[in-house]
Design a protein around this ligand. Structure first.
Ligand code: ATP
Ligand code: MG
Length: 251
């Protein structure tokens, strides 16, 4: 062992550990920057969707309703005698266009989310999905007297919608319960289904699964929140997330 360059090994080790430390911190910085980018992009998308939905509601929907009103004035008018069935057909088509515009507005960004708040919007969504997919979705709010800033409302609404769609698509659930409450400046949302459950470990180890849960978790991490899965095959699932929100108590 004599003559081994012991003294030389330390600086080399230190240098390589410094290099790997700086690599780790650079990876962490890049990951944080990517999380911020993803979060900014989804906020930009939510705002743009809201702008489009407001535009549809304030313009197209109003014009269609006015045309419908004007058209009904022609009914019984002698000038249009003989065209009654055409008028009825046009009214039917207009009714379809009005219903479709309303549906499209709600699907893009439900105005109720910004006019009335998160719980009424989730109540509406639960009603829609319950009817469309034939299951029971119940929404309960622990304390209704809260207001969350608009960006956060948009994000949380989308998180819950993703969890509901998962319960519908994957769990084959009969019942889903959504429970919302706030603790101080944090919101806590729990979505419980009575479906087939799953192995949460399989999601982390298999990146071929979708992006829904991954993307919720990443966005929550960026916002200082977290997501917890409590599930196992055959036992249903409870998915809970918490997130700081700018909260104002309504009078
Ligand atoms: N409530 C649930 N019940 C049963 N399995 C679930 C549930 N939620 C998620 N999973 C399982 O976890 C996987 C990952 O869910 P995730 O939302 O990340 O992706 P996805 O729904 O498959 O695709 P995407 O959300 O990108 O459309 C699903 O493919 C499914 O196997
Ligand atoms: Mg999904």
């Amino acid at each position: 062992m004599k003559g081994l360059p012991m003294m030389d090994l330390h600086p080399a080790n230190e240098a390589s550990s410094d290099r790997s430390d700086s690599r780790v911190s650079s990876v962490e910085e890049k990951t944080a920057a990517l999380r911020k980018l993803a979060s900014d992009l989804s906020l930009a998308e939510i705002r743009e969707r809201r702008r489009i939905a407001d535009d549809l509601h304030d313009n197209l929907a109003q014009y269609l309703a006015l045309i419908r009103m004007k058209l009904s004035e022609f009914q019984g008018n002698t000038v249009f005698c003989g065209y009654e069935s055409d008028l009825v057909e046009i009214q039917d088509l207009l009714d379809k266009a009005i219903r479709y515009t309303r549906h499209l507005t709600m699907a893009i960004s439900p105005p109720i989310l910004y006019q009335l708040g998160l719980t009424p919007a989730l109540d509406w969504l639960a009603g829609e999905y319950s009817r469309r997919y034939d299951l029971a979705i119940r929404v309960k709010a622990g304390n209704r007297r809260y207001m969350i800033d608009e960006d956060m409302r948009g994000l949380i609404y989308r998180f819950v919608r993703e969890l509901l769609l998962n319960a519908i698509k994957h769990a084959h659930a009969h019942t889903v319960d959504v429970f919302i409450r706030t603790h101080g400046d944090r919101i806590e949302v729990t979505v419980t289904d009575d479906g087939i459950g799953f192995d949460p470990g399989a999601i982390d180890s298999n990146r071929d699964t979708g992006f829904g849960l991954f993307s919720i978790r990443e966005r929550l991490t960026h916002l200082g929140g977290d997501l917890q899965l409590s599930t196992c095959p055959g036992k249903g699932s409870t998915i809970m997330f918490r997130c700081p929100v700018h909260r104002e108590i309504t009078p």
